[in-house]
Design a protein around this ligand. Structure first.
Ligand SMILES: [Zn+2]
Ligand SMILES: [Zn+2]
Length: 543
């Protein structure tokens, strides 16, 4: 299930107020170029700020002097993806504060009402992937501030330098009546405070050497649209029995700088981002601390490859998230050629996860036929707030150590399986011709040589084990009331190009479920565990 609250914004309107300064022209410039459609409004200027200070003309305003400008405007349905408001920042400013609001006229059921995101770029500009990014809060906040020492979560502390900044609005749902917005900017003059010092988490924790490590790789905090503090997410990861977690707030790197104080020998905290575009979301895992990945493009803009390269250049992973989430702009439209793995299970098990597993399974068949790289499956909670459960589900990864690079290597190679909780344990191997292969590995042997597939499971009372090949479900067996069991099934490389396992909970009526049937009923209960495949290749081998 897509637990993403991103598309259910709840921004309270500002009180009605008169603009306190001369607003910019509402007439903007619409550009549709190589990048996605954007609209640039007339600039907001603070050119007369010096006169307002009461001091002699041309001198800097007194420390603490505040100047406010407000603009309002209207966007019709069909507005550009991003609307830029240039703000001319004069010299001598120590803090910028921004507030915004928009109206929400009533709309019929099934018609989207107004939703407008917000963020900001500094004097370094708004170029795609450029250095100017200073923060994003989506639709989660109505106000933010930035100074050298501090910033609202989602935003990057640092100098407020003279030049043209840009507030960016993302009107991603516009009601048939249009969207009326208001943006208020307050500048505070004065000497900047002490520079903010980031506290990045280490990239290694005290592991157990080469072993299986549990980690949730898709988590939100108050640094985007979650309601949990970083301290609460770290505590939740520990309570869930995880060895590592990845921080993936929407569209910003700002939380990276606070995770250092919550990491420890027992919990590796990996820095990442959920890159939230209009054509789907992807998690960038294992980013260098402070690295930001741009999100201002659609599938048609041909920019995704560039940003996936940016992630890979640093050893990170590109992972499409909740590919069939029904919310606006959440369905995955970028294909999988630039993906290192894909989420097939997001939060509590629902129909969209069932679809995602089917799509992934189909791609396994393509990879076998074409002899190309196969796409490993991942599962993450996408937990935002109570009652979302951190670690439901998570990945169990075979890695050389509890370190970011080793875990990314394990996930990239598909040496991982997905568990609904740390209570679920399994061991899955394929043996034949005197060889053995595990999850994510390949066994090569003569076409007719017998191959024994063995799965040992714990922690899913009365669960149903399914063994699935490129032909579909080939075997099914129930676990006992304690959730334990060993399943053994024999095949050959000529019959199965790969074998993977699922463990399902019983159906609502207590029955185990039944594969290979059709009808109007569901086939199985919720997923409890899902493995990546073991591949069987026909080739020369002993036996
Ligand atoms: Zn998402
Ligand atoms: Zn998310």
């Amino acid at each position: 299930m897509c637990t993403d609250g991103y598309c259910e914004h709840n921004v309270d309107p500002l009180p009605e107020s008169e603009g306190s300064g001369s607003g910019p022209s509402r007439r903007g410039v619409l550009t549709v170029g190589a990048a996605t459609a954007a609209l640039t409004l007339g600039p907001m200027t603070f050119a007369h700020a010096d006169d307002r200070s009461g001091g002699p003309g041309g001198s800097a305003p007194a420390d603490g002097t505040q100047v406010t400008q407000t603009i309002s405007g209207h966007l019709d349905t069909g507005a550009a993806d991003f609307v830029y408001l240039p703000v001319e920042i004069p010299a001598g400013v120590r803090q910028i504060d921004v507030q915004y609001s928009y109206d929400r006229p009533a709309v019929p059921n099934g018609v989207k009402g107004n939703s407008c995101d917000i963020g900001i770029f500094d004097e370094r500009g708004i170029d795609l992937g450029g250095p100017g990014f200073r923060g994003w809060s989506g639709g989660f906040r109505t106000a933010f501030s930035i100074s050298a020492s501090d910033a609202t979560p989602g935003y990057l502390p640092g100098p407020v330098k003279r030049g043209t900044w840009h507030i960016v609005l993302g009107p991603y749902q516009v009601a048939p009546q249009g969207l009326n917005y208001q943006v208020q900017v307050t500048l505070t003059y004065g000497k900047p405070g002490a520079a903010f010092v980031p506290n990045y988490p280490p990239t290694r924790a005290k592991g157990r050497g080469r072993d299986w490590y549990r980690g949730d790789c898709h988590l939100h905090t108050v640094y985007s649209d979650g309601k949990r503090l970083p301290s609460e997410v770290a505590a939740g990861a520990r309570a869930a029995g995880l060895d590592f977690m990845v921080s993936t707030d929407h569209n910003t790197s700002s939380s990276h700088a606070v995770w250092g104080q919550y990491a420890g020998p027992d919990l590796l905290i990996v820095t990442g981002e959920e890159v939230t575009t209009r054509n789907g979301h992807w998690v960038a895992l294992g980013l260098p601390a402070g690295e930001w990945i741009d999100w201002r493009y659609r599938s048609r803009d041909d920019a995704f490859s560039r940003f996936s390269r940016q992630v890979r250049k640093h050893g990170g992973l590109v992972v499409p998230a909740h590919m069939y989430c029904a919310y606006v702009a959440c369905q995955w439209k970028f294909g999988f050629d630039d993906a290192d793995a894909t989420e097939v299970w997001t939060g509590p098990w629902t129909y969209d996860d069932e679809h995602a597993v089917s799509t992934w399974d189909q791609k396994l068949g393509e990879a076998v036929r074409e002899g190309k790289r196969w796409l490993p499956a991942m599962g993450n909670s996408d937990a935002h707030s109570v009652p979302n459960v951190i670690g439901l589900p998570h990945n169990v990864v075979y890695a050389d150590d509890l370190a970011t690079d080793a875990l990314m290597d394990g996930l990239r190679a598909g040496r991982s399986w997905i568990a609904e909780s740390s209570a679920v344990k399994l061991d899955f191997t394929v043996t034949g011709g005197g060889k053995q292969a595990g999850i994510g590995e390949t066994i090569t042997l003569p076409a007719q040589a017998p191959v024994d597939v063995r799965l040992e499971a714990h922690g899913v009372p009365n669960g149903t084990v399914r063994l699935i090949t490129d032909e579909g479900q080939m075997f099914q067996q129930s676990l006992d009331a304690n959730g334990d069991g060993v399943v053994v099934w024999r095949t050959t490389a000529s019959l199965a190009a790969y074998v993977r396992a699922e463990i399902r909970h019983p159906m609502a009526d207590g029955s185990p479920g039944q594969g290979n049937t059709m009808g109007d009923a569901l086939l199985f209960g919720a997923m409890a565990a899902l493995t990546n495949p073991v591949f069987l290749r026909v080739g020369r081998g002993r036996g």
